[in-house]
Write a protein that binds this ligand. Structure first.
Ligand code: CA
Ligand code: CA
Length: 162
């Protein structure tokens, strides 16, 4: 035991010297970006800066546009919730509406709706047509606008008939 202790005392406590860490034979290359910018490079840098700020403002206005779109979309979503329909349904319905609106005046007249229903193979009596209009012509102006049409179609989808 005493021998080992003596050995430990005699053993060098210093870390082994690091070899080859310093004084590497290859000198470092000079830093590349040390030279001053030429005029052209400065101009380029300036125009790049201008471009960046334009892009930034464009991005900002794009963001505003997005925000406005989101708000529009929100109100449209509300409409969809009212009608219980998805956007694609709305788009499809608008297509149908436009197809039924033969004279293209933006409203469905009785004869237009009748023709459309008959085109689907239904026999629509004038009495039935009057019933439909009484039920869904909310503003009682004798024609269906798109909203009234949507309500009618929704009931149609829900009940299988109108
Ligand atoms: Ca019409
Ligand atoms: Ca109406």
């Amino acid at each position: 035991m005493g021998h080992q202790l003596k050995m430990a005392e005699e053993a060098p406590v210093t870390e082994p010297p690091t070899e080859g860490g310093e004084g590497s034979p290859l000198p470092l290359p000079p830093p590349p970006a040390a030279k001053p910018l030429s005029l052209m490079e400065q101009l380029e840098a300036m125009s790049m800066g201008a471009k960046t700020s334009v892009e930034a403002s464009t991005a900002a206005s794009a963001d505003l546009t997005k925000k406005a779109t989101r708000q529009r979309r929100k109100s449209r979503d509300l409409e969809q919730t009212v009608f219980g329909m998805h956007l694609t349904d709305q788009a499809e319905l608008k297509k149908k509406f436009d197809a039924i609106d033969v004279d293209g005046n933006g409203t469905l007249e009785k004869h237009e709706l009748k023709a459309a229903l008959q085109a689907t193979g239904r026999t629509v009596t004038d009495k039935k047509l009057t019933e439909i209009f009484n039920k869904y012509d909310n503003d009682k102006n004798g024609t269906f606008d798109f909203k009234e049409f949507c309500t009618m179609i929704k009931d149609w989808n829900d009940n299988g008939d109108i």
